[in-house]
Design a binder for this molecule. Sequence first.
Ligand code: FES
Length: 653
Amino acid sequence: TTDPLVVFTPSGKRGHFPVGTPILTAARQLGVDLDSVCGGRGICSKCQITPSYGEFPKHGVTVSEGALSEWNAVEQRYDDKRGLKPGRRLGCQASVQGDVVIDVPPESQVHRQVVRKAAAARAITMDPATRLYFVVVEEPDMHSPTGDLERLERALREQWDIEAVTADLTLMSKLQPVLRKGKWEVTVALHKGHKDSVARIVEIWPGLHEGGLYGLAIDLGSTTIAAHLTDLETGEVKASSGLMNPQIRFGEDLMSRVSYSMMNPGGDQEMTKAVREAINDLVTSIAEEAGIDASLIVETVFVCNPVMHHLLLGLDPVELGQAPFALATSESMSLPARDMDLTTMNPRAQVYILPCIAGHVGADCAAVALSEEPGKSQDLVLIVDVGTNAEILLGNTSRVLACSSPTGPAFEGAQISSGQRAAPGAIERIEIDPVTKEPRFRVIGSDKWSDEDGFDQEIATTGITGICGSGIIEAVAEMRIAGLLDEGGLIGSAEQTGTARCVPEGRTHAYLIHDASAEGGPRITVTQGDIRAIQLAKSALYAGARLLMDEMNVEKVDRVVLAGAFGAHISTKHAMVLGMIPDAPLEKVSSAGNAAGTGARIALCNIGSRAEIERVVREITKIETAIEPKFQDHFVAANAIPHKTDPFPELAL
Ligand code: FES
């Protein structure tokens, strides 16, 4: 006679086990991904499974009613207290009695897949660096004296196969009271990075900790700081929040911040302090928004450009301001958050910063490469991450090139007369009727166009606060399509354009989008100065892309991916009309949203991806735009809308 057969779905893993074997044990022996925090004690409920009954010709089994053991007292107690979903069992309590098919639902898998919003994007597999373990620790004994930490360590070894752990002094000071409060049952959060040989105790709670564990993925831009609070068990984003980078007061763009540091002794430290304070505030507010205790944030991943990278770490960025643009280090960094004065998250939280690619191409670009994987693309893909400094990648399976380009903050709504960052009240979409030249628009926080029934009148009068990055891109492109703007970017007069919305402004003209000044609201225009700022930004972006195409020796790319903090909202058509990107069939231009932020999230949720991006970054070829004379040529040629020199056959203008 053979032992009963256990088949796990969806993995398809199967094996024979003696009657009485707990399902969790069978799963472990077969390498089936079934979660457990309490180690099979029937209290964490992470091990839930669903047995199936009936005939399964596919698996060659018939599962009869008594295939699993009856509910035992532990399972009954759990169900009484918390309630198991119908059909569910605790895998650590239910044992094998006959042939059985066991389904492991996604929420019971440790390495569950987190689906990303963009359809084409690969899913994130959960494998975080910090995890929870419930242990029962032996009580101290007069006759064999050992320390509490040593007995905790032994319990972790015996119950979880964890070889060794370290604990810092701040943790040590909690250890004894917590062990006693939990009556020798505690939950510990252990952090083990991909390069660590020993795990570190980040936190300890009496009994079973059920409050969850969280991490932050932070995209630290020159203009904005964006953070995603992520559940480290499920991968779910609990809250997203952003604020302006307070370093703006020291200089709008990166180079002016570097020169601030050069001109003012201690200036770098001032900027470091400002950004760290802002991050501390952001941690507090995002935790509040998600309704969690900020001390449950045990990990933070940063992506940022090289100057932000140095200023965050408290390193003087002065070398980044002059050739050969040497970084203090291009390697990834893993360090305690408190070394960076990040004090509002857990005091023992760990920070990971992605590697930089070169002196001008930062960890944010590495994050985009992690998210968009140009090195795995069969066709030649151009990825532009639009920010104050654009990060550009061009490549396919054979080779990947990267550069950055100083676009300035215009695409983020800064340096634009009515500009603002993407937040409620900002105009994010604009259409201009080519015949009447009348605009219609949509405002963040409202789901109606301005000319639709039910468009909020309060928004219409005083609720509009400005134009954000995607809005200004659409506005300029629409003005060009509607003939309000010539190829050189000059706004026509009312007589030339046939609309009274083209109003004089100084010696030039501006296009009036919205005027609520009579009601005390704002007057929103696109000025000649705005057009010039956008022209400079888009020329820089385009010139960077062209430089990579020169290096690759191609005239066309197969595919373009637009990424940036304004994310999914950017209209690919308008980006093309503007000439932000080289000509390509419109259906081959896609928007990836905040790819750098996504890359940060991937690195937060999966430690394997950290090793992967460190390897990928070493293989990327860096192109330096600042010392390349052809960059200037491309820049000048790209000033027209779209361009003078390069053909745009895919765009019928
Ligand atoms: Fe914790 Fe089953 S493993 S309840």
